[in-house]
Design a protein around this ligand. Structure first.
Ligand SMILES: [Zn+2]
Length: 264
C-alpha cells in the first residue's frame, strides 16, 4: 500500500460502466498519468450493477465502487432488486450506497417511487454503516427533509452539487460532503463557482461525473477521470488555495469518507 502524496487526485464520481469494456484499462492508465490515482464508480441501477461489481473485482487497487439505484430507475427497485442490492454490499470494492437520490427535472420515475426508493436505500446504508452518494435535481426540499431526519447518523456526499451557498452550508451542517464537478469551469456557471467558494476544504470532493460534464478545455467531449485536475484547479482558484492543497485535501476526504485508499 503506497502513500498518497499531495499531487495525487481521486475522481469521486465516474461512470466507467458507460465506457466500452476494452477502454477501461487505458482510461485508468491515462488517469494515473495525470496524477489521478483512484476512481470511485457508482452504479445507477439493475442494468449496470453487475458491470460495476466486475470493475470493483478487476481493478480493486485503483477503483472503488458504490451500489444503488438512481432516481431515474427508482420504479425498478422491487423486492428482488432490493434483495440483490442488500446481498452485494459486502462484495469486493463496495464502499458506498449510490448513486441514489431524487430527480424531479427528468421525472423518469414518479415522485412517490423516487421517495420510497431513496428512503429505503438511505436506511440500507445506515444499517450497513456505509456512506451514500446523493443525486439531486430540482428536488432539494424533499431531499433535505429526508436528510434532516437522519442528521448525525448518515454519512455521504451530495454529488455534482448545483444548489446555492446557503444549501451548501446546510449540507455541511448535516455532516455531509459536497461534490464539485467540471461545471465549475464553465464560463457561464457563476452560480457553481459561487457555490464552490462556500465549501470548506475538509468537506470538499472533486469529481468528473464521466462521461458527462467534461471541464474546460475539453468541454463537449466525452469526460474521463484524467480531467480531474482541471476541476481541482478551478476549485482552488475559488477557494484561494493552492492546487496541491486542494489535491491533498480532497484525496484525504475520500479516504476519510469512503475508506478508499488506492494503491500506488
Ligand atoms: Zn452520476
Amino acid at each position: 500500500m503506497g502513500t498518497i502524496t499531495e499531487s495525487c487526485w481521486i475522481d469521486s464520481h465516474a461512470h466507467l460502466t458507460m465506457f466500452e469494456p476494452d477502454e477501461v484499462v487505458a482510461t485508468l492508465d491515462r488517469a494515473a498519468d495525470a496524477g489521478v490515482v483512484g476512481v470511485l464508480i457508482p452504479a445507477t441501477g439493475p442494468d449496470d450493477l453487475e458491470r460495476t461489481l466486475a470493475l470493483g473485482r478487476e481493478h480493486g487497487s485503483r477503483v472503488s465502487i458504490a451500489v444503488g439505484t438512481h432516481p431515474h430507475d427508482a420504479s425498478s427497485l422491487d423486492r428482488a432488486s432490493k434483495q440483490r442490492l442488500t446481498r452485494v454490499l459486502d462484495e469486493p470494492g463496495v464502499v458506498a450506497v449510490g448513486e441514489i437520490g431524487l430527480d424531479y427535472h427528468y421525472m423518469n420515475s414518479p415522485r412517490e417511487d423516487q421517495l420510497q426508493a431513496l428512503e429505503w436505500q438511505l436506511d440500507l446504508a445506515l444499517e450497513a454503516n456505509l456512506p451514500v452518494i446523493l443525486h439531486n435535481r430540482d428536488s432539494w426540499e424533499d431531499l433535505e427533509s429526508l436528510l434532516v431526519r437522519r442528521t448525525g447518523l448518515l454519512r455521504g456526499v451530495c454529488h455534482s452539487f448545483t444548489e446555492g451557498p446557503d444549501r451548501v452550508r446546510k449540507v455541511m451542517k448535516l455532516g455531509l460532503y459536497v461534490g464539485v464537478s467540471g461545471m465549475v469551469t464553465f464560463r457561464q456557471a457563476h452560480n457553481i463557482r459561487e457555490m464552490a467558494a462556500a465549501v470548506d476544504i475538509d468537506r470538499l470532493l472533486v469529481e468528473t461525473d464521466s462521461p458527462f460534464l467534461a471541464p474546460v478545455p475539453h468541454r463537449g467531449k466525452r469526460n474521463e477521470p484524467s480531467f480531474i485536475p482541471f476541476v481541482g484547479r478551478a476549485v482552488a482558484q475559488e477557494l484561494g488555495l493552492s492546487v496541491d492543497e486542494v489535491a491533498a485535501g480532497t484525496t484525504a476526504n475520500v479516504e476519510r469518507l469512503f475508506g478508499f485508499r488506492p494503491e500506488l
